[in-house]
Design a protein around this ligand. Structure first.
Ligand code: YK8
Length: 177
């Protein structure tokens, strides 16, 4: 896998969780900017193992010329019970893109770690892996992974940039240097 985000933000851990994993204004705006449409999300619900789960459905707009312009997607998120509110949060997100070529061969696993750094700061790490449900031919596999990595890199670079802007907005007027 690859680590796409690994940086400290002047945003507290609880706020970071709220921005990324609740129906926040920040995330709605980000999805709009990415041209995600028809976003439906369930609320967090505890499962039998004690972890929390929710799922999102949306349609993504794709810029990759090899692929159709749109695909529906399902994202299943798990907030592990080892998480401690305000201190650290571990969320796994499995993303299935249903309408892209070879969609039955792969999905993407994103692991988000939010770790409290100080009262006002946290570290966000996003680790991503492309997972195979069945073993594709070598050339198909490299085709899938190459196209996935470039799309993922673009997405997380944009997310990081938006978080940096949010950080400025949240810090402004707080009186902190
Ligand atoms: C989530 C991984 C692959 C897919 C895309 C299709 C490759 C097709 C391969 C063929 C378009 C928001 C991606 C990037 C679409 C976007 C997905 C996002 C960014 C040509 C063989 C959507 C995180 C996420 C996970 C997987 C990404 C797809 O929160 O290349």
């Amino acid at each position: 896998g690859r680590m796409f985000v690994n940086r400290v933000f002047r945003i507290n851990a609880e706020k970071m969780f709220e921005l990324l994993f609740t129906d926040s204004y920040f995330f709605r705006r980000f999805m709009d900017a990415r041209k995600f449409t028809g976003v439906m999300s369930s609320s967090w619900q505890r499962d039998t193992s004690g972890s929390m789960k929710r799922s999102l459905n949306y349609t993504i707009t794709i810029t990759n010329p090899l692929v159709g312009k749109f695909s529906t997607a399902t994202e299943n998120q798990t907030l592990y019970k080892e998480s401690r509110q305000g201190h650290y949060y571990i969320v796994d997100a499995e993303v299935y893109t249903h309408d892209v070529p070879y969609h039955d061969y792969f999905y993407t696993l994103n692991r988000y770690c939010i770790i409290r750094n100080s009262k006002r700061k946290c570290r966000l790490r996003v680790y991503t892996d492309v997972k195979y449900k069945k073993q594709p031919w070598g050339f198909v596999k490299s085709f899938i992974s190459k196209n996935s990595w470039s799309g993922l890199e673009d997405y997380f670079r944009h997310l990081e940039a938006e978080l940096l802007e949010e950080e400025v907005e949240l810090t402004q007027g707080s009186g902190d240097p």
